[in-house]
Write a protein of this length. Structure first.
Length: 164
């Protein structure tokens, strides 16, 4: 079991690194906003898929082999979508959307909010998963859907723009 956990974690890390390298090559070709929107769509679909899969879990949390395989694929596709978009591009976009007079303070505040949000996900996941993993992943899918709306409505493309 510990070897399988290690190999699963290693595989996930390699997938994330490969996706992040992909983002490096795509960011200036495709643009920040399309990658963020596409990543948000992928994140929403994969999390919703995991929500559906885990809503079928038995009392012991086990999934049938077919559903378990779908959940595993969705989890790894989530990592790909995140690695191609929000993981690396948040840092790019934050550096580009604020003018130089306020960039340091604004980035500090937005990074603080990012870390607080990460902390909130970490500390609430056990309670949410006690209710049900389908419920937890459903909430996260809803936030992914909100990211589609937010990015579409409020994030401007910064590809090719000069820093101010």
């Amino acid at each position: 079991p510990s070897r399988a956990s290690f190999l699963t974690g290693l595989f996930t890390a390699v997938v994330n690194i490969c996706a992040t390298i992909g983002a490096i090559f795509l960011v200036d070709k495709v643009g920040r906003r399309p990658l963020l929107i596409g990543g948000s769509v992928g994140i929403t679909v994969t999390l919703a898929t995991m929500a559906v899969c885990f809503s079928t879990a038995g009392d012991d949390g086990s999934l049938s082999s077919g559903v378990g395989l779908i959940a595993l694929i969705a989890a790894n596709l989530f990592v790909v979508c995140f690695g191609l978009s929000w993981g690396p591009l948040m840092w790019v976009v934050l550096g580009e959307i604020f003018n130089h007079k306020m960039r340091a303070v604004a980035m500090s505040l937005t990074v603080m909010v990012n870390w607080l949000t990460n902390w909130l996900v970490t500390v609430t996941f056990p309670s949410l998963s006690d209710i049900g993993l389908g419920f937890a992943y459903g909430i996260y899918a809803a936030f992914g859907a909100f990211a589609i709306f937010f990015t579409t409505k409020f994030i401007k493309e910064t590809k090719g723009t000069k820093l101010s």
